[in-house]
Design a binder for this molecule. Structure first.
Ligand code: G6P
Length: 632
């Protein structure tokens, strides 16, 4: 969370910084700010709230500066007020810093600096950094190693060696008008190489309109960007030889294309995403009689063969996708699978199990907890070795992310950039990855017959058209239905088996964007507590598709109806029993139970979207949330 950008070169920096911040606003939108350096002055402008407020403040201001940094904030320490907005400066306002991350030892550093006479004007952890750099500029520590290259670089090096936590920084100073210093420690930072100009940003889309030559810093690295080039050092001062790589994708035109919100556009992109996944990972010429695997994941045998267990680490919507994945890996491939919140696992990992594949699932590839949990698992398994040696797999929409660098084997989910903070198309793409993985493992383990595999594959092939059918049939109806709930305060979602995670996802979507309290429950558990909440004011959404638990979920829905709850059913099309049970129907094609989550998720996405839009809320950038959570 928080997005940082920086520019040094020959063009006016301010416009480039703002354009970069626009693409990073998904990382936080509590405040925004820029600082530029020209003609011996540092010009800093900050504004509370979204980037547009900063843009309004900057309107009409002539800023010739060719060097600057910018920030969009997701508040961690200190309220989202202007005085807490980045960039933060030293007392003389000659040096400015933007930060993504958290400085864990900021309290002790603040006390130390206060004792030296520094005064603080924000409530942030970040403000210790410009003061600390200033202190090392004035009083360099004796072990200076980079002073010959640059006094600013050396002061930053000494300062970052004092910081604990996760951080990415960009720093400029009036006294060093040809330098932009950037730092990475457990928070992403990429450098773009142009012709006599250099860029830095938390994420590559902010750089890609200018150059595709990108160097991603590793943890514990500092870089000095000047108009002449880029030098990279370790925190120890040791110089590294690093070269940019060329990103092989073009910046995507991020437009709403006539949709009112990105989220709605992304919901509608789902049939296309599924088509892309099928084209990428399924052998289109596969014939059951070939005896070959129909899946083209291109993963090494050493990762997939002889597995006894799978454990999956994830957060948020990715965790819900992982629960569907668990169902598939157990029921299709026959492998016992455990799904853990990465934030819990990293401090209380289960005892090691042998021959275990660990899968990290993260849309962004940057979620701090997921990365830390995976790294910890990789390390403890490397130490143990033998049957316990790491077998790691990543599932991500951003193969160029920190996850992509941490884990050698990654399945890309091919959903394209997702802008809406609430994940939609990337969720169905993660489910697709799990279908392919469980089918590949089922094939290797002979867990299901080739005929059954052919059936599932045929079902997968039908999905894009069925998704289009659901979207077309339901859009208008769900919009109308949402009118009934714009004042509702609580919702319950229930589902069972492979659709229990869809109940969780439905509740999460509604909470995230409409701020309505919602709970997702396994339908059979409702009578153990949540049923006490039910009355005519609490609607219940039941995911009830035909399969092993269909009748059971209908009975659970009846129990809610008996308590006067308004019942909404995500049900099979043309089902008389469902028509009798529910007050409102959100029908989906009657497909193989294993594939049903791909369709049942659509009505719950649409319902959340329309309720939030009806309430006039900021669907794409809901309050307090960020799309990429790079702090613990
Ligand atoms: C944030 C986002 C969620 C996302 C979660 C995990 O909370 O708002 O939409 O599911 O992070 O993100 P990841 O990138 O790891 O999937």
């Amino acid at each position: 969370m928080c997005g940082i950008v920086g520019y040094i070169g020959t063009r006016a920096a301010s416009g480039i910084l703002i354009e970069g911040l626009k693409t990073l606003e998904y990382r936080g939108y509590d405040s925004a700010g820029v600082a530029t350096i020209s003609e011996g002055t540092l010009q800093r402008t900050r504004a509370k709230g979204k980037l547009i407020n900063l843009q309004t403040k900057l309107e009409g201001l002539e800023d010739p500066a060719r060097l600057g940094i910018g920030h969009t904030r997701w508040a961690t320490h200190g309220k989202p007020e202007e005085h807490n907005a980045h960039p933060h400066t030293d007392e003389s306002e000659r040096l400015a810093v933007v930060q993504n991350g958290i400085i864990e030892n900021y309290r002790e550093l603040r006390e130390e600096l206060k004792e030296k006479g520094y005064t603080f004007c924000s409530d942030t952890d970040t403000e210790v950094i410009p003061h600390l750099i200033d202190e090392y500029l004035k009083n360099p520590a004796p072990e200076a190693v980079l002073s010959a290259q640059s006094a600013l670089l050396e002061a930053v090096r000494q300062a970052v060696n004092r910081l604990r936590g996760a951080f990415a920084l960009a720093i400029v100073s009036v006294d060093f008008p040809d330098e932009l210093i950037v730092v990475r420690q457990q928070a992403p930072l990429a450098i773009g190489f142009g012709q006599g100009e250099f860029f830095c940003a938390s994420d590559t889309p902010a750089i890609m309109p200018y150059t595709q030559a990108v160097l991603t810093l590793e943890n514990g690295e500092i870089a000095r960007l000047t108009p002449m080039g880029v030098e990279v050092y370790e925190f120890s001062g040791h110089r590294l030889k690093k070269y940019p790589r060329t990103l092989n994708w073009n910046p995507i035109m991020v437009e709403k294309q006539g949709f009112k919100h990105f989220m709605l556009k992304e919901i509608y992109e789902q049939p296309g995403v599924v088509r892309t996944c099928l084209e990428t990972y399924l052998d289109t010429d596969w014939d059951v009689s070939s005896g070959e695997s129909p899946i083209k994941l291109d993963l090494p045998d050493a990762l997939l063969d002889g597995l006894q267990h799978v454990q999956i680490l994830a957060c948020g919507t990715s965790w819900h996708a992982s629960l569907v994945g668990k169902y598939l890996l157990e029921q299709v491939a026959g492998i016992p699978t455990f799904v853990q919140y990465a934030s819990e696992f990293r401090y209380a990992p289960a005892p090691l199990m042998p021959n275990t594949m660990t899968i990290g699932v993260t849309q962004s590839g940057e979620t701090a907890d997921t990365l830390a949990a995976l790294e910890m698992e990789q390390n403890r398994r490397t130490e143990q070795g033998g049957d316990y040696a790491p077998r790691m797999l990543g599932i991500t929409n951003r193969v160029d992310s920190s996850l992509g660098r941490l884990i050698p084997d990654v399945v890309g989910t091919m959903a394209g950039i997702e802008i809406g903070v609430a994940a939609t198309k990337t969720f169905v793409a993660q489910l697709m990855a799990f279908y392919f993985l469980s089918l590949e493992l089922a094939y290797r383990r002979k867990a299901i017959s080739l005929e059954r595999m052919a059936e599932i594959i045929e079902g997968l092939r039908q999905l894009p058209a069925q998704l289009e059918q659901v979207l077309e049939a339901q859009e208008r109806y769900v919009e109308e239905l949402s009118h009934d709930f714009s004042e509702t305060q609580d919702f319950i979602f229930i589902g069972r088996g492979i659709n229990y995670p869809i109940a969780l996802e439905g509740a999460l979507k509604l909470k995230e964007i409409s701020y309505i309290h919602a709970e997702g429950y396994p339908a059979g558990e409702m009578k153990h507590g949540p049923i006490a909440l039910l009355d005519e004011k609490v609607p219940v959404v039941a995911i009830a598709t035909r399969g092993t638990v269909y009748e059971k979920v209908l009975s659970n829905a009846q129990e809610a109806k008996a308590r006067d709850a308004q019942l909404i059913g995500v049900v099979p099309m043309n089902d008389a029993e469902a028509e009798e049970t529910f007050d409102s129907l959100l029908p989906v094609p009657d497909v193989d139970e294993l594939l049903s989550p791909m369709l049942t998720v659509i009505p719950v996405q649409l319902l959340s979207y329309h309720i939030a839009a009806r309430r006039g809320l900021d669907v794409d950038q809901p309050r307090n949330l960020a799309k990429s959570v790079t702090v613990e």
